[in-house]
Design a protein around this ligand. Structure first.
Ligand code: HEM
Length: 141
């Protein structure tokens, strides 16, 4: 059972990250376009992608919590690598929430960030992904 949880945890994590990697790219193209048809199309694309990636996030969390409950973690104590992972996870959830906010800001035409900002903004999930995968593989205790 636990292996099924792990497989589903990883599958939904990949769908979540597909969105985390692409949505800020859409923000970048959105800020570089001006005609009404493009602006509207980007808003629709952003919203649909955000819905799918939020589902991916929710299911990653559901199966992550299932792993936590089905392992010996709660009785044996949460290991250091998992505590560090939860810290990175917290910042990733904040980033996810902030992406949702940016969709609204861009739709209202109230964007104040340059396309350079979005280029850097785009890199954050990659840093977190590297951190979480290294923690999960090397498991420092
Ligand atoms: C509430 C959120 C999360 C919880 C509670 C959680 C929990 C867990 C637990 C308990 C394990 C260890 C399973 C075992 O004992 O072998 C695990 C493995 C793993 N998780 Fe998560 N996780 C969460 C979110 C994430 C996220 C956001 C990512 C990706 C960035 C991720 C990537 C991984 C990876 C790569 C593994 C290693 C699988 C393996 O051992 O082969 N998890 N998770």
């Amino acid at each position: 059972m636990m292996l099924w949880f792990k497989a589903l945890h990883l599958i939904f994590m990949v769908t979540w990250f597909a969105g985390l990697f692409y949505l800020p790219r859409l923000f970048l193209y959105h800020t570089l376009s001006q005609d009404p048809a493009s602006l509207e199309r980007f808003t629709i694309m952003e919203r649909k992608l955000f819905a799918i990636m939020t589902l991916g996030a929710a299911l990653t969390l559901v199966f992550g919590i299932s792993l936590l409950l089905s392992g010996a973690y709660l009785s044996g104590g949460v290991p250091l690598w998992l505590k560090l992972k939860f810290a990175l996870l917290g910042s990733l959830l904040a980033y996810h929430w902030h992406c949702g906010r940016l969709i609204r800001v861009l739709r209202q035409g109230k964007n104040t960030h340059s396309h350079i900002f979005y280029r850097w903004y785009n890199e954050f999930p990659a840093v977190i992904l590297v951190g979480i995968v290294l923690l999960a593989v090397f498991r420092p205790s």
